[in-house]
Design a protein around this ligand. Structure first.
Ligand code: C2E
Ligand code: CA
Ligand code: CA
Length: 677
């Protein structure tokens, strides 16, 4: 080797050394025990080594997930390999290979964080692109589809091969004007984006609404402008939107018009009636005793009953009639095209008859009826408020006359309505202020002709309106939910007097009967409450007879039987009131742990004049003997009836023949006098 040659080689070696020393890759050489033999500047810096004054080992410093022993092992079989490692937030790629006859290991280390992140992003985008529920399409400037995702195919019905390289126009629904698309493309060209609702057509021809958002961007590869279109199928939202609109106008339970929409329809009907000089009838329908169904069988049965009723209206009425549920158990109907009042009343009668058909819901027999009030335009009113008010008054009149019927409005009904409204507030105050009094009506034992009991009846004398019948105010109290407090306040009043009544009668078995409101009876707190009251007043429950109306007891016999058993166990006497007015099943009757049947006064009042009443009373008496129950007749007004009842073997009498219900003091005097005889 001449000097020139050796110079050349030296300079080559220098160059090589220089190249390695200043390489942007970290390079190092290790001996087989992992000791660092050489490292270039980059390698030292990456490992934060600033002076090499002591021995350094691979395992102490490098950015690699493998330790040196693992590397040496792998090199034995592979000679060279590459591995990627993530250290902290950075990515490194490491090459390892043998040199110098496998006595040294070279490690070249390269940071690849940026490339790696880009790759991860791209993978994520690809996953997003393919799995998102939004349809995605990349479209070029000419409107040709370049790529689509799976959701695009799902929504549009076009597969990738069917859509790619096709114009985006294949989705056009034909529902938008040319101007619409011109505007869309103008916006894209000049503003780089467009978004809005658009109707497109699926491959199967179905048209659907979508929310479309298009953004212009530059393709990083071709550097050409393209558009990314992102769209969501909003047909289901549109359905929801329709639903929201529907429920704004309709009652959610029955699907009938709601109150607000009904009022609009009523106004509309008035206007068209003015124009056409025609009549129409506004029906106010209230479901009788609906509250009892809710209270005894629960709200789910009540709800189903309301649905049943709404279907019944649809069946009975004509298609053009308007039906609405204005709240709770109240319905309004508009009936048009009739000749005269009789036609209107016939419609009402059909409704009354239809609801009388047996209704079984969830295994419960729901016996309800309609009270229907009718106001006719223009005779009974020419505006919405008057017509509504008058149909309501007529409905109330039906209720007052014993429910289950229909009436056309008459003038004096308005006064009734005003009275009812004012009574409602007055009654609440009267109950709170303890103005409801307890009266006592004697009960006479047929065998001994002695007063052995009494029934407690409420009396209300209104400061200005005078005496109000309990039938009227009890109905109001049941309607506005104050009956519970009323019955409780009466019980508190009379329980206080029971021991005095017993001593006045001289009979420790004297029976004081109180009426139980069905609503109270079926509430959870009733039994504990009345037991606590009896304990509080230190009364023997044997002296108290609870009167439960037949209709209610039968309606939910299972619950009724349970409650009755509890009360019986506690020691109360139990009577079924108004017997004969409901539809008793003998099966249940025999399960009721009761002491007495009270024959309803409607059968007793004209017992001696009506052979049918006599037959009924006779069979009730026989029934009670059969079941070993006591039997009592109420409404006993004269001696003929007393004689007849005695002949029929009735056990107890109650009625005006003996005495009307009396205030406490008079009642005590009456017993003393009567029993002295
Ligand atoms: P009810 O339980 O059937 O009470 C018997 C009704 O018959 C009473 O009417 C009584 O005054 C009346 N009556 C008694 N004897 C004769 C008679 O010889 N001839 C006629 N025509 N009627 C007679 P009243 O006092 O008007 O009570 C009506 C209804 O109001 C009662 O019917 C009862 O269901 C209810 N009621 C009265 N007070 C209360 C109360 O404090 N709480 C509850 N929950 N209901 C009550
Ligand atoms: Ca009673
Ligand atoms: Ca009764």
């Amino acid at each position: 080797m001449d000097a020139k040659q050796s110079n050349y080689i030296k300079s080559k070696k220098d160059i090589l050394a220089n190249t390695i020393e200043n390489s942007p890759f970290g390079m190092a050489v290790y001996s087989l025990n992992g000791l660092l033999e050489y490292a270039n500047i980059k390698y030292l810096l990456e490992n934060k080594i600033f002076e090499i004054d002591k021995s350094l080992y691979f395992n102490d410093m490098t950015k690699c997930i493998l330790n040196f022993e693992e590397i040496a092992l792998r090199l034995k079989t592979q000679n060279a390999f590459i591995i990627e490692s993530k250290m902290d937030d950075n990515w490194f790629k490491s090459h390892f290979y043998f040199i110098e006859n496998k006595t040294l290991i070279v490690h070249i280390c390269l940071e690849i964080t940026e490339e790696k992140n880009q790759l991860i992003m791209a993978q994520r985008e690809a996953v997003f692109f393919s799995t998102t529920n939004e349809g995605l399409a990349i479209i070029d400037e000419e409107g040709i589809i370049q790529s689509i995702n799976e959701a695009f195919s799902k929504i549009s019905g076009y597969t990738t091969s069917e859509a790619i390289h096709k114009p985006i126009k294949i989705l056009n629904s034909g529902l938008h004007t040319k101007d619409f698309y011109t505007h869309l493309w103008d916006m894209l060209k000049f503003q780089g984006k467009w978004q809005g609702e658009i109707w497109n057509r699926r491959k199967n021809g179905e048209v659907y609404p979508e929310w479309l958002s298009i953004n212009a961007s530059i393709d990083p590869i071709t550097l050409k402008k393209h558009y990314l279109a992102l769209f969501t199928d909003i047909s289901s939202l549109k359905d929801a939107d329709k639903k929201i609109k529907f429920y704004a106008n309709h009652d959610a339970l029955t699907g009938l018009l709601n109150k607000i929409q009904f009022e609009n329809m009523l106004n509309h009907t008035i206007e068209s009636s003015i124009r056409n000089n025609k009549k129409f009838a506004l029906f106010f329908v209230d479901v009788d005793r609906f509250k009892d169904i809710n209270d005894t069988f629960g709200h789910s049965v009540g709800d189903l009953l309301l649905k049943h009723i709404s279907n019944l209206f649809k069946k009975v009425l004509r298609k053009e009639d308007i039906i609405s549920r204005i709240g709770g158990d109240e319905f309004n109907l508009i009936v048009e095209n009739f000749k005269d009042d009789n036609d209107v009343l016939l419609v009402a009668r059909n409704l009354n008859e239809a609801i009388r058909e047996p209704i079984i819901i969830d295994g419960h027999s729901c016996e309800v009826s309609f009270s229907i009030g009718i106001a006719i335009y223009p005779i009974h009113g020419t505006d919405k408020t008057t017509l509504t008010k008058n149909s309501d008054s007529a409905m109330y009149e039906v209720k007052k006359n014993g429910r289950d019927g229909a009436l056309l409005y008459t003038k004096n009904m308005s006064q009734e309505l005003a009275r009812r409204v004012s009574l409602q507030t007055d009654l609440r105050n009267a109950i709170v202020n303890n103005e409801i009094e307890a009266y006592f009506q004697p009960v006479v034992d047929a065998k001994t002709n002695k007063i052995t009991g009494c029934e407690v009846l409420s009396r209300w004398t209104h400061p200005t309106k005078g005496w109000i019948s309990p039938d009227e105010f009890i109905a109001i109290a049941e309607h506005n939910g104050t009956i519970g407090i009323l019955d409780e306040s009466i019980m508190k009043k009379i329980f206080f007097l029971v021991s005095d009544i017993i001593s006045a009668s001289g009979n420790s078995d004297f029976v004081v009967a109180v009426n139980v409101s069905s609503k109270e009876f079926f509430s959870d707190h009733y039994v504990p409450k009345i037991c606590a009251l009896v304990n509080h007043f230190k009364i023997n429950p044997n002296n108290i007879e609870l009167e439960i109306t037949e209709t209610y007891a039968m309606k939910n016999h299972q619950v009724a039987i349970e409650k009755m058993k509890e009360l019986k166990k506690f020691g109360f006497r139990l009577a079924i009131d108004d017997f004969g007015t409901g539809y008793s099943s003998l099966n249940y009757l025999k399960l009721f742990p009761i002491d007495k049947l009270k024959i309803d006064k409607s059968f007793v009042l004209s017992l001696n004049q009506d052979y049918k009443d006599e037959a009924i009373v006779k069979s009730i008496i026989n029934l009670s003997k059969f079941f070993n129950l006591e039997v009592q007749a109420e409404g006993v007004e004269n001696i003929e009836i007393v004689d007849l009842l005695t002949y029929l073997d009735c056990d107890f009498f109650q009625g005006y023949h003996y005495s009307k219900p009396l205030p406490y003091k008079e009642f005590l005097e009456f017993i003393e006098k009567f029993n002295e005889k």
